[in-house]
Design a binder for this molecule. Sequence first.
Ligand code: SF4
Length: 356
Amino acid sequence: MANLTTSHNLNIDDFRHKILSWYDKHQRTLPWRVPSKGEKGSKSKPNPYYVWLSEIMLQQTTVVTVGPYFHKFIEKWPTVHDLASAIQDDVMHEWAGLGYYARARNLHKCAKVVSEELDGVFPQTQKELEELPGIGGYTSAAVRAIAFNKPANVVDGNIERVMARIYAVTQPMPDSKPRLKELAAGLADDREDRPGDYAQALMDLGSSVCTPKSPRCMLCPVREMCLGYAQGIADTLPARKAKKAKPQKHGHVYWIENKKGEIAFERRDEKEMLGGMLGLPTSNWIEKSEKIEFKDGYEDKKVFITHSFTHFDLKLHIQGSSNIKNAQKDLIWMPKSKLSELGLPTLFKKVVKLMN
Ligand code: SF4
């Protein structure tokens, strides 16, 4: 590691000092964060429940999107015990719209373990944290550093970008991830000098100065240590492989209305996409080349919605029916006037908006 860090004369202590001084002046105000008061430290300590909750919500999701969800959750469930006692359907309902619904199921499972087996106290070691549902390497490092101020190598997308630029790593993502993590470890691992603030400082630098497009290098506290800047290639980093086109899937979504003007919903199987969420009934979602049989008694509404998931794009044609004999038994009927209040995933909100 020493070779890596000295290859362009980066002095680790100087780098960390500059990053932390910048953070003391420019840190973002975030609802789950206790403001840093610099080297003297802050009087109040971060709430591990808030740190864990925010880190789970922030996976694949922006700070701006997470803010209102975080507030809603801590208002409804102020402690990990409250969240553990919640009904899972309520948690899924409040999570609706944040996506990646396995996170919500694991969030609830994790709250139960912390509340019922650990007396509501989050563990502090990386190993114990990673034994909890839904907590992987990144989240355990983030909780350890931010909630408990323990040394940890926290590497999110922002920090990967900063490392790629500081060290001018031209190997494309995602192949370069292990190297970027190793470079970050050389600056972070085992260092007792404000580990929580240091991790958050790099995150903030990445989000507000070392931005994905047009980094604001003139405002950067570590510009003179940045090889990407010196070589004039900062805005091309991290390099990425050309994206493969996403697979296109298609299917039918059923808009079934009974005589009372209620619409049929179902609780999706936990093993499916959007598992555990309330949704309109659908056919299987299959590759574009395969054909889907039309069901008897349904009318093709000649309209469709599209939705993009991380790994595929989806086109669902809407089929309508007012003959509830067509419907399976375990449906949940909702009055049309209440549809806007249901905690539906965005995919189904699009159908409701079109049909209601
Ligand atoms: Fe990022 Fe520019 Fe700072 Fe380098 S100098 S770390 S590219 S903002």
